[in-house]
Design a protein. Structure first.
Length: 166
């Protein structure tokens, strides 16, 4: 893939993410992309899990983000080198949470912007749990915590669009 294809891919991904958005809760100040898990995304997420690049549950996710934020703040304070603001973490959450769940997600997204992108999955926690565990567990929130995993999942979102493949 050459550089011009990469830009094209990024624009298609951006368009797909912006094509359907939703407020997290009635009083929400932000909208998030609503995405449907297609087969390439399921494969990308399973691969990221096998590589240890998926984190489940609010507490582990919050701990990881807090540690990373502390590190980023420290590095920014020690150097004058520019630090790129890019999406490097992807927060995916089920569509069957309570308002409190989504209010909490909104706070997390605002606290860790712009490096954290949140997307509402058009899937419930039981189906998300089944996808990752193969059992009847419920998983309502996951985070892809490596830039390669984030890229793979986002590219999978548009896999098949105009010849783009994962």
């Amino acid at each position: 893939m050459n550089i011009s294809d990469m830009r094209f891919s990024a624009e298609i991904i951006r368009g797909e993410l912006m094509s359907r958005t939703s407020k997290l809760w009635a009083g929400s100040k932000i909208g998030v992309p609503v995405i449907t898990l297609n087969e390439p995304m399921k494969i990308a997420l399973k691969q990221a899990r096998l590589q240890g690049r998926i984190r489940y549950g609010f507490e582990p996710i919050l701990q990881k983000l807090a540690g990373e934020k502390k590190g980023i703040t420290s590095v920014r304070g020690q150097t004058d080198a520019p630090y790129g603001d890019r999406i490097s973490r992807l927060l995916l959450f089920s569509n069957d949470g309570a308002e409190r769940f989504y209010r909490h997600i909104e706070q997390v997204l605002q606290a860790h912007a712009p490096r954290l992108l949140g997307c509402l999955l058009n899937i419930d926690g039981g189906a998300l749990g089944q996808l990752f565990t193969g059992e009847g567990g419920v998983i309502k929130i996951i985070m892809a915590e490596h830039k390669d995993a984030v890229s793979d999942v986002l590219r999978a979102l548009v896999s098949g669009h105009d010849g783009i493949s994962k």
